[in-house]
Ligand binder design. Sequence first.
Ligand code: AMP
Length: 454
Amino acid sequence: MTFSSLGLGEPILRAVGEQGYDTPTPIQLQAIPAVLAGGDLLAAAQTGTGKTAAFTLPLLQRLSQGKPARNARGQVVPRVLVLVPTRELAAQVADNIRDYGKHLPLRSMVMFGGVGMQPQVDALRRGVDIVVATPGRMLDHHGQRNLDLSAIDTLVLDEADRMLDMGFIHDIRKVLALLPAKRQNLLFSATFSDDIKALANSLLDRPQVIEVARRNVAAATVRQTVHPVGRERKRELLSHLVREHNWFQVLVFMRTKHGANRLAEQLRTDGIGADAIHGNKSQGARTRALADFKSGKLQVLVATDIAARGIDIDQLPLVVNYELPNVPEDYVHRIGRTGRAGAEGQAISLVCVDELAFLRDIERLIGRSVERSLIAGFEPDPQERAQPIRVGRTVIGGGKAGGARRADAPRAQGARGDAGARHHGRARNEGQPRRDGSSSRSGGGIARRNAPRG
Ligand code: AMP
C-alpha cells in the first residue's frame, strides 16, 4: 500500500516523499481515508505510530480543496484547530504540518503558554488556516478577541488522555462550547479511561474507531545500562568508551540539532570518525552520512530523535543516549534500533543530575529500573546540583523540584481540576506521579469494546 492510493494530492505526496516515507503506517492506512471522508474519528494510538501524519495529511488535503475562511475584515481565519497537552507536542505537530504542507498555500501557527502573546497575535492577524494550541493559551487568545473560532470545521484532540491527566478537562469543555456545532472531531488517545470514554461519548458523532498495536515494549533483547556522569564530562566519557571498547556503528542520540553538530565535531577532534544527521542537513549530506555509517566507514553517527526515525537501520549493536529524551517514549524508540529480530543489542545512557527525573519517567514507562554502572574516573560529583535543561527557549526539565515551568502555564488555578493543581509548577516530564502511580502512556492494548459505540 502506498500513500498515493489513499486519496492524497500531489503536493502532499511530494512532501511525504521528501520526508523519506514510502509506506503508510497502520494508523495512517486507516485514518487517512476516514478523515478524508469527513466523519468523526476515535483513534487509539501512541507517539511513534505515525499518528500526527495520520490526521495532518488528510486535513491538509481537505483544506487545500476548500477555500480559505475569511472574517468580516477579510482576514483568513482558522478552519482547523488542533489541541495538544504540551508545548513540546504543539511545536512538534506544527513542525509536521509545515513539513507536510510545504507545497500547499496553507498557513499554520502554533500557540502555547510561557512565551509572549504578541508574536502569536501577529501571526493570527496575518491569517492562518490551522492553529495548533495548548488549551490555556488558546482560551487566552480567544478571551482577548485575537482568535476567531467561527470558521473551525475540524477539531483534533491529540493525546487527549494526557490532557485530562493534566487537568485540562474544564478548558476543553470551554473550547467545545466556543466552536461551531457542525464540525468534524478527531480524538487521539493512548489509553481509554472512563474519563476519556465520557469525553468521547459527548464529543463524537458515530465515530470510526481505529486502534493500532502498542509499541512501548522495550525489547527484551536489549541490555540497558546507565552510566551516571558529571554534566561536563559526558563527551570525555563517550570518547573514552568508544576507544576502550573499540566501538563501531554507534548511534548516539541528542535532543537538539545544534547539540548533535557540536558533539560530532568534538568527537572528530578526539580522533573519532563521527558525523551528525538531522533535519537541517541536506538530503544529500544525510544520505552520505548514513551510507558511511552503514558501511562502517563512520564510527559514530549522532542523531536527533526526529532524524533517526526517518532512517532505516536496524540491528545496530549499540545505541548511546548522550542525552536522555524528555519524552519517555522516545527512549523506547531509540533503543528499539538495537537488538532487533532476536539479536542482542546494547543501550547505554550517559545520565547527569539534570536528567534524573527523565530517567524516572522512562523507568516508569518501561516498567523496570535500568542498571546503574559507574565508570572509574568519571563518577559524578555528589555536590553537583541539577540545572534547568533548555531546548531553545523552552525549559523542559532539570533544576530544583518545581523549578521548571509546566508545559502550559495554568491561567485560572481555581478553574482546574485536582490534577491540574497538582501539576502546577512542574512539567509532566519531570517525573510527576500520576493519580494511580502509573504512566497513562504505557497502557497500550486498547480493547475495541472500550470505545464508545457509534
Ligand atoms: P508520531 O507518531 O506522529 O509522533 O510519528 C512518529 C515518527 O514517525 C515521526 O518522526 C514521523 O516523522 C515518522 N513517520 C510518520 N509517518 C511515517 C511513515 N509513513 N514512514 C516513516 N516514518 C514516518
